[in-house]
Ligand binder design. Structure first.
Ligand code: GLY
Ligand code: MN
Ligand code: MN
Length: 443
């Protein structure tokens, strides 16, 4: 049982209804995530599958949702691990069949051991099965075995041996893209908790600490504020490590004069925030650090303004690359006309990643980026995306002025698209130079 289990049956039933409104009649077959081995008999920390948790709220492993719709009738069965007092001494309490049925608003709960025996009757009379193949190959094999056995059994009558299998993920992704009220509430909490963690790091970090010590400050603040886990592994990158985009070693000792880039997000009720802040370990930006920071900040603020309802989803990126290129000219890295430099992608050596991604249950959340017409998707109300420009000057980069070498800056916020304009969910994290330096003075 997870500490952040959310039991809101009405909300899960509503999501299923909306999903079936997109899919039409049929049976949805959705297993949760599998437990994964880390090493020996040690397991990875368990997290339920995002789609599964979105539709059920059920936090335990080895569970499968079988939901069906025929006309106005919707029926949900949750297959779960039964109670097992001997196992529960080791692993903690389980909801069990009765607990799952009463707390999660399904029509029926059954022991997971009965899934393959009960599935034929649950599929009976349905011609469409909504199931994504290829995610859990063992599960798919069991499904194919079931269909093969049915084909043999019904050979004489020659009915279809199995329903048409359709992928429910595009419909699920569309549903998850525009957040409902419960998702948004969770994301707002995740954003607030995450902002508090970044603030705590600015207050605590000082020369001589190891990156992983600062990591415990950030993540300790997340945990104290009610977040049971991170949405992704924290990047705590000091000095030139900030130029390693997915730096995860987090084991260097901070030195006076370093910048520290932290990219970390707390998860709350299955949703994660995603914030990056870059701040001076000694409390004050040096002039070259401040100049790079200002260039990135200007780009980021302009990028956020571009996240307007109906705009292409990559409007923030287009805006940021213009501002970053302008910044590169002002920093003496590039020379020439900004428009031409952008067209030739001259910024790429120092800004090599995208500016935005959808955010929600997965840090790089589901949701299409390109429509069926091949054009970028348009921003819809309720969608949440990041705006995260950066500039990265490697320590040995002889193409840039010496004073810039080894400086890496990224600034990342989470933006909700609304009819009234972009709303920055992560606005509580210090961001201007004055705010950041004030936080670093331990205020
Ligand atoms: N934290 C991962 C990202 O910013 O995309
Ligand atoms: Mn991000
Ligand atoms: Mn990030």
């Amino acid at each position: 049982m997870s500490r952040d289990a959310i039991e809101n049956p009405a909300c899960h039933r509503r999501r299923l209804r909306r999903l079936f409104a997109e899919l039409g009649d049929g049976v949805l077959l959705l297993p949760t995530a599998r437990e994964q081995h880390r090493n020996g008999d040690v397991l990875q920390e368990y997290r339920p599958g995002s789609d599964f948790h979105f539709l059920t709220g059920f936090p335990e492993p080895e569970a499968v949702l079988v939901a069906s719709r025929r006309g106005a009738r919707q029926h949900t069965v949750l297959f779960v691990r039964p109670r097992d007092p001997a196992r529960e001494i080791w692993d903690g309490p389980r909801y069990g069949v009765r607990g799952a049925a009463s707390a999660f608003g399904v029509d029926e709960a059954l022991p997971v051991q009965e899934l393959w025996r009960r599935l034929p009757e649950l599929l009976q009379g349905h011609v469409r099965l909504f199931h994504r193949l290829g995610v859990d190959r063992d599960f798919d094999h069991r499904l194919l075995d079931l269909f093969a056995a049915q084909a043999v059994k019904h050979k004489r009558r020659q009915p279809a041996a199995h329903p048409v299998i359709e992928d429910p993920v595009p419909a699920l992704a569309r549903l998850r893209l525009a957040k409902d009220a419960d998702e948004l509430e969770a994301l707002r909490r995740a954003a607030l908790i995450t902002a508090a963690g970044h603030h705590a790091a600015m207050v605590a970090a000082r020369p001589g600490m190891f990156e992983y010590e600062v990591q415990t400050v950030v993540e300790g603040a997340f945990r104290r504020s009610g977040s049971p886990r991170n949405g992704y592994p924290s990047i705590v990158a000091s000095g030139k490590n900030a130029c390693v985009l997915h730096y995860h070693d987090n084991d260097r000792r901070l030195r006076a004069g370093d910048l520290l880039l932290i990219d970390a997000g707390a998860e709350f009720h299955g949703n994660t925030a995603d914030i990056t802040r870059t701040f001076p370990v000694s409390g004050r930006f040096t002039p070259p650090q401040a100049a790079v920071y200002r260039a990135v900040l200007k780009a980021q603020l302009a990028g956020i303004r571009a996240c307007r309802l109906g705009a292409p989803w990559d409007a923030a990126h287009k805006t940021c690359i213009r501002w970053l290129t302008k910044g590169l000219v002002e920093l003496g890295v590039l020379r020439g006309d900004v428009g031409r430099l952008v067209a030739k992608e001259k910024f790429k050596p120092w800004y090599m990643h995208g500016t935005s991604h959808w955010l929600g249950r997965d840090v790089h959340d589901v949701g299409a980026y390109v429509g069926s017409d091949g054009k970028p998707e348009r921003l819809v109300a309720g969608a949440v995306l990041t705006v995260e420009p950066g500039l990265y000057f490697g320590a040995g980069d002889r193409r840039v002025p010496a004073a810039l070498r080894g400086i890496g800056v990224r600034i990342e916020d989470d933006v909700l698209v609304t009819r009234a304009g972009p709303e920055v969910l992560t606005a509580a994290a210090p961001k201007t130079i004055a705010e950041v330096e004030a936080a670093c003075r331990r205020s």
